[in-house]
Design a protein around this ligand. Structure first.
Ligand SMILES: [Zn+2]
Length: 271
């Protein structure tokens, strides 16, 4: 599933090809995505210039002159910039044809993704308005996470996966950040010391930044079949490394299940 780093990688990949370009047409081949694509959307967006390519959580926001195209990749969606005459593949559901002769093409075998057009401030949209601070922006800092963890009995791993508190960083990145912060995933959120919260805040940023950086180097095929940026997998300390030696101390990595998701940790490095 595309997580925040993959979506940011996509944003960076499409930005230079879309911003400043005019939309010649929007061609929807399969409107039955997670929510049906509004029938009049092609008329609404044709002729508009793309002003910015932004991201909020896992939504890509293509700001146009009178509104914003909001794209979510769902479980299996991907966007590619291609020459307009590139033949379509199965599961290619819509094309944004640009005046450069390129097309922004959306492919999504499972169709859990979405395409919406919103007018007004997209951050006020019901899907975005209650989202937590972006983990790579200033609002996400030690003080914020400190307040968010106080009095909370939920485990710190699950708190990191709660989109109302922290924009979902994804299972892989939550496990890796906890390893770097030397905090066990099953600890109650409220038990973390101020120092641990500070380390965790930094670790979340580091892990995401690194994932985006390596994702950015493999632009065309930004994810492998397993959804992980190829080069990032080699840098994982614990994720999907159950029983393998910890890369720091050699202790076998342990696996447990939390909220139906697998979590990995080193019983020696993490307290
Ligand atoms: Zn270890």
């Amino acid at each position: 599933m595309p997580e925040l780093p993959e979506v940011e990688t996509t944003r960076r990949g499409i930005e230079p090809h879309t911003v400043g370009r005019k939309i010649v047409s929007l061609d929807v081949y399969e409107p039955r995505l997670r929510w049906p694509v509004q029938a009049d959307m092609p008329q609404l967006v044709a002729g508009q210039k793309v002003l910015h390519a932004k991201r909020r959580a896992k939504y890509l926001l293509l700001e146009l002159e009178t509104g914003t195209l909001m794209i979510h990749l769902g479980m299996s969606g991907s966007l590619r910039v291609l020459p307009a005459d590139t033949p379509r593949l199965t599961h290619d559901h819509f094309d944004v044809l640009l005046d450069s002769g390129s097309v922004l093409r959306y492919n999504d075998p499972r169709r859990f993704g979405s395409l919406m057009y919103v007018t007004g401030d997209p951050n006020e949209h019901p899907l975005l308005v209650d989202l937590a601070p972006e983990p790579l922006e200033e609002g996400f800092n030690t003080e914020y996470l400190w307040q968010a963890t106080r009095g909370r009995k939920v485990t710190i791993k699950q708190l990191l996966m709660n989109s109302k508190l922290v924009v979902r960083v994804g299972n892989i990145y939550a496990s890796e950040a906890l390893f770097r912060a030397q905090v066990r995933p099953r600890r109650q959120a409220k038990s973390l010391s101020r120092l641990e919260v500070a380390k965790l805040t930094r670790a979340v940023r580091q892990v995401l930044t690194m994932a985006i950086k390596v994702g950015g180097t493999t632009l065309r095929d930004y994810v492998g079949a397993d959804g992980l940026p190829g080069y990032f997998r080699q840098k994982l300390f614990v994720y999907e490394r159950a029983k393998e030696p910890c890369r720091k101390c050699g202790t076998p990595v342990r696996q447990l299940t939390q909220g139906q998701r697998s979590t990995y940790f080193c019983p020696t490095c993490q307290k």
